[in-house]
Design a protein around this ligand. Sequence first.
Ligand SMILES: Cc1cc2nc3c(=O)[nH]c(=O)nc-3n(C[C@H](O)[C@H](O)[C@H](O)COP(=O)(O)OP(=O)(O)OC[C@H]3O[C@@H](n4cnc5c(N)ncnc54)[C@H](O)[C@@H]3O)c2cc1C
Length: 506
Amino acid sequence: MTGIGTAIARQDYDVIIIGSGMGGLVTATQLAAKGAKVLVLEKYLIPGGSAGYFEREGYRFDVGASMIFGFGTEGTTNLLTRALDAVNMSLETIPDPVQIHYHLPNNLELKVHKNYDKFIDELTAKFPHEKVGIHRFYDECWQVFNCLNAMELLSLEEPRYLMRVFFQHPFACLGLVKYLPQNAGDIARRYISDPELLKFIDMECYCWSVVPAEKTPMINAGMVFSDRHYGGINYPKGGVGTIAEKLVEGLEKFRGEIQYKARVTNILMEKGRAVGVRLADGKEYRAKRIVSNATRWDTFEKLLPKNEMPKKEERWQQRYEKSPSFLSLHLGVKPEVLPIGTECHHIVLEQWETMEDEQGTIFVSIPTLLDPSLAPPEHHIIHTFTPSYMKEWQGLSSQEYNHKKEAAASHLIERLEKIFPGLIDGLDYQEVGTPRTHRRFLGRNEGTYGPIPSRKLPGLLGMPFNRTVIPGLYCVGDSTFPGQGLNAVAFSGFACSHRIAVDLGL
Ligand SMILES: Cc1cc2nc3c(=O)[nH]c(=O)nc-3n(C[C@H](O)[C@H](O)[C@H](O)COP(=O)(O)OP(=O)(O)OC[C@H]3O[C@@H](n4cnc5c(N)ncnc54)[C@H](O)[C@@H]3O)c2cc1C
């Protein structure tokens, strides 16, 4: 099946990957390293998606992610290190001694130190009556992590692999099966009763899962709450965008191909099977397997006809909804804005009731504290963002839109003055992004950060793996198991490439 007129069909790829986000690139590099002929099609100008970057007036800003897990040196959960290594690449990283400095209601100030004991001591000093509960909860997170970190993380859809890991690590596997249907909030409530400490655990989850603990799968919580003290948080020198750049370099060394400004408009079907893709310019490419790194909503509503959505996807859409997008400020600031000893990552919230609200919780990253080369001399970057829904930004004239953006940016900066006094006067550069910006530049439906449970679900059980009901079509990235975050989508890339490699007999 070819398009009309301009189409040029090529049938010689093993795998085509739609999108060069971290999920897509890990899939591509893993498959290329195994000898597959791989083509990545990216609609934007550079790779990385939400882990990309942009440059303005001497600043190199991360578009999204900048608290990076997965660069540890030991165990099996250091998936970014492993993904680069598979294509003979590596990156210099800068360890961050503190994951997050929390500035929470009722003057609850806390730092999550890389040193686990230091963090637990600081938390128990704030909640001495909950010392036992705190230990029990975080110890249980370690149990999850130790199970994950004992085994090679590949496709849970591959029975021979499952048998192999079960025989190699029976207790770890049984541990994971136990935690798979559980949520962090239920486990926290088993041990902890102080309402404020439970709110803190909610925030510990919300700041990466964008849902409170009762909806956050325990597998993800165990991973995040332990790996930050094990592999740690490590910032890639040169900015987060270098991870994608290095993966592309590795991909090309292994004869993989990537095209930019290549927007896929359709997944081509033949006899009920995905066989290729069509680009916006009419070109068509065919391959034995097609992988979509676009969100599930984009894949099944735009790249495939919405009115033919498989029942399984309809059910998934009932269980999961789109998380909010973000209002983002990329600021260049003078150094005097940052008090001595400022940490790289901050979370700010004034009232617990507003944690999940539109523009409630504020996230802050200052990557130049770890890598000063990202800003002009004597300047810093502050990237701050707060959840915001697309509906807030639609139906506005361009004048109204610009006015609303400016007002929202000013309000956010005013709130940040609490931790950075003098921020307004110290501004050197400002760029504001809204959910519309995230949709436009990251190609994400309504600019969403990713899927979140629409009601309380049994842990991660409902999150789909990489195969879809459409033969030949796979999904990878944050709409697949185990969800959002660079290390998580790297996991999904390892799993997806593993399943495809087995299917192709590589
Ligand atoms: C503001 C923000 C802050 C974040 N902070 C962190 C953090 O600190 N730590 C962390 O680990 N994670 C963080 N995340 C989450 C993390 O960045 C994402 O979960 C992850 O990068 C998603 O990767 P992905 O591969 O699923 O998809 P994406 O990054 O969305 O990549 C998908 C790619 O596919 C392309 N594409 C889509 N449709 C098409 C098409 N039709 N044709 C061709 N190409 C297409 C897109 O252009 C994009 O490049 C943050 C995200 C945001 C938005």
